[in-house]
Design a protein around this ligand. Structure first.
Ligand code: FES
Ligand SMILES: [Fe+2]
Length: 352
């Protein structure tokens, strides 16, 4: 039998202790899940989407309001993604029952009375960074996180090419906060400061690291030459499925010219046992005028470049890893803290 994921390997001699939520494929934890680009659901359109194993329908009314419902029609189970938006209601293809944005049936053509159970569950949706995000529980504790440096600003967003990994997204997300590997793999000496803050709702964790490039790798040398000895970055984890990475914090080109920080989002979504989708999203403040246009282009492309540089140096580790955290050192404190944080997230009512 072909073994699909490293998670199953070496269980007899190196058993993995199952965590309640962290790295646990049987649990879909709450969080804002990337459901596609905003432009993929136009006004008056319905679209089927599978998020973490759950069949859903996204649809938009004539005013642009977006709604996300459980996909199967409560009458006989037709997929509502096959339906049509008519008069700002979602109409099932089969017998034309109509639903409002909350999933309540408001019209049955063949009779006046509407049975009280004629409703399908709705989920909170949010549009941010030109993308659609869905939360798999009734009330999200907060909107999707963002970057403090560009909060409230007009943003330019570009989507990178999505790709898949064979390990759980909880594990791939460790890439951003593992101080040892930043030095050994990426040649970045970032032992100087590690700040972790967690919000009251325990759904957001901020990890900031500062230090410099030690020049032992090509990337490190490049960073060192251009940006000098000081280098800082921060990683914000919203729930444990979206990472907000800011590179080049408080950095100056050749030690003089202040540089804008570069922002990228790693939006993760499990696709089934042993497969995770990663959607990179590059974000910069939108600047006006011809010079602004040029600055936007440079910032987005530098962000893209930074993403590929980081990814190419160690991306494949995560396709060949059977993660366990049996011997963490004091320097691995952010990793241990992160595992604790993930294990406190509630499971969503979705399953593969
Ligand atoms: S199955 Fe949807 S209206 Fe009958
Ligand atoms: Fe890395």
């Amino acid at each position: 039998m072909e073994i699909e994921s490293p998670v199953l390997r070496n269980q007899m001699t190196q058993p993995v202790r199952q965590n309640p939520v962290f790295n646990n494929w049987e649990v879909v934890a709450v969080g804002w899940y990337f459901a596609g680009r905003s432009s993929e659901v136009r006004k008056g359109q319905a679209r089927a989407v599978n998020l973490c194993g759950q069949e859903l329908v996204l649809w938009r009314d004539s005013r642009g309001r977006l709604s996300c419902l459980d996909a199967y029609c409560p009458h006989m189970g037709t997929h509502l993604g096959k339906g049509k938006v008519v008069n700002d209601r979602l109409r099932c293809f089969f017998h034309h029952w109509k639903y409002d944005v909350d999933g309540k049936c408001v019209d049955i053509p063949c009779q006046k009375e509407i049975p009280p159970r004629a409703r399908t569950r709705s989920y909170p949706v949010e549009e941010k960074f030109d993308a659609i995000w869905v939360y798999p529980a009734r009330r999200p504790p907060r909107p999707l996180a963002g970057f403090d440096e560009v909060a409230g600003k007009d943003l330019l967003v570009r989507f990178g090419k999505a790709y898949s990994r064979s390990c759980h997204h909880h594990v791939t997300m460790i890439n951003g906060i593992d101080p040892q590997h930043l030095k050994t793999v990426h040649g970045l000496d970032v032992e100087m400061s590690i700040g972790i803050t967690e919000d009251d709702q325990r759904k957001l964790i901020d990890i900031s690291l500062a230090g410099g490039a030690d020049g032992s790798t090509t990337f490190g040398k490049w960073v060192h030459r251009l940006l000098g000895p000081e280098y800082g970055y921060s990683m914000r984890y919203d729930h444990a499925n979206n990472g907000f990475l800011t590179l080049m914090k408080n950095t100056r080109l050749l030690g003089r010219l202040p540089l804008p920080p570069l922002h990228m989002i790693f939006a993760y979504r499990p696709l089934g046992f042993g497969k995770t989708l990663v959607q990179p999203i590059y974000v910069t403040r939108r600047r006006r005028g011809p010079l602004g246009w040029l600055a936007n282009l440079v910032c987005i492309n530098l962000t893209r470049l930074g993403f590929h540089a980081l990814q190419s140096e160690d991306g494949e580790v995560y396709d060949n890893m059977r993660f366990f955290a049996a011997n963490l050192l004091p320097i691995d404190r952010p990793v241990a803290r992160y595992i604790q944080y993930v294990n406190k997230l509630e499971p969503a009512p979705w399953r593969f």
